[in-house]
Design a protein around this ligand. Structure first.
Ligand code: FAD
Length: 286
């Protein structure tokens, strides 16, 4: 089923994002994650593609695992980096044959270690080009990424929303946000979208705040502000990782509760393939 339709029918629920494992131990961890989390009957589950250097073949394998082990709606991610139209056509044909109905269309980040990567030299320069291509194939619903604090390369929030609108006008059906830790940024993004008459579901992307130093590195690259009060509290617990994690999970639970209190009842979790943390959060919020 198209995720757009699922989101219309099920007004409250959660979705889970996984990453493809590279090792046998990683495969086992993913399997355990799926087994532990499928009981929450997620709206859908998604699998990242090529992020952090993972190979694209691994995504297909992990998608096959999800399809074999669940009845859930599975959405693979696809990126522009290195993608040629023929290869995209063949991936889409394969996914269609497997019964997949939704694709998350992304540009992708520059390959690690490559400075000044030339996106314009790619067959697909921006996510919007991939959205158009997938929509032309006719069969798939499409999700795209949006950025509560603006994408890191965007010169301004105005430009950011202008480029976001290109993706929606090209046919994106729904969006998932980059992680954020202050809900104000998410509410402001919704306002910006509304002011541009962008009317699609925008699922908040929730990253559990576990190891604050690690999240800080990632957050800096992604332009996501960690509120200083929580960063300082967690940093002070650097020598007590268990307590630090507890404080972080508690923060994430409060973040989700605030969203729900404000009428946002469909939440997307970046699971990090760590079921226990996600279970604690989900059990606490619904
Ligand atoms: P785009 O929408 O193409 O935007 C990229 C930049 O270009 C932005 O600054 C935008 O403002 C600008 N821009 C867009 N159109 C134009 C234009 N016409 N002219 C000039 N500038 C323009 N990465 C992965 O590699 N694999 C994944 O699986 C993955 N999953 C993700 C899931 C979520 C929920 C999110 C939020 C991100 C994910 N990413 C993933 C990261 C994503 O690839 C990066 O954030 C990337 O830098 C931008 O991707 P995009 O699709 O938003 O790009």
């Amino acid at each position: 089923m198209k995720i757009k339709e699922i989101l219309k029918i099920r007004k409250q629920g959660i979705s889970f994002e996984f990453f493809p494992p590279k090792t046998e131990a990683g495969k086992k961890a993913l399997q355990n994650t799926i087994t532990a989390l499928k009981k929450y009957n997620p709206l859908y589950v998604s699998m990242t593609y090529g992020a952090g250097g993972a190979t694209q073949e691994k995504t297909k394998e992990a998608v096959d695992m999800l399809l074999a082990e669940t009845e859930l709606e599975v959405m693979p991610h696809l990126t522009c980096i290195g993608a040629q139209p023929e290869a995209i056509k063949s991936i889409l044909a394969d996914y269609k044959e497997k019964g997949i109905e939704n694709i998350m269309a992304l540009r992708g980040d520059p390959p690690i270690g490559v400075e000044k990567f030339d996106f314009s030299a790619q067959d697909f320069s921006y996510a919007v080009d991939l959205v158009k291509n997938i929509k032309q194939a006719g069969h798939f619903g499409v999700g795209v990424a949006v950025y509560p604090e603006g994408h890191i390369e965007s010169p301004s929030l105005e430009k950011d929303i202008e480029y976001t609108k290109y993706k929606i006008d090209a046919g994106a059906d729904f969006a998932v946000t980059q992680m954020f830790f202050d809900n104000t940024y998410y509410y402001e993004l919704l306002d910006r979208m509304k002011s541009r008459a962008i009317d699609i579901p925008v699922l908040p992307g929730i990253l559990p705040l576990l190891d604050v130093s690690k999240v800080r590195q990632f957050a800096d690259i992604c332009r996501a502000t960690i509120p200083s009060h929580i960063e300082e509290r967690m940093e002070a617990l650097r020598n007590n990782p268990e307590e630090m994690e507890k404080v972080g999970i508690d923060f994430t639970i409060k973040q989700c509760r605030d969203l729900i209190k404000n009428g946002i009842k469909q939440l997307h979790f970046f699971t990090l393939n760590k079921p226990a943390v996600i279970q604690t959060i989900v059990e606490a919020i619904f």
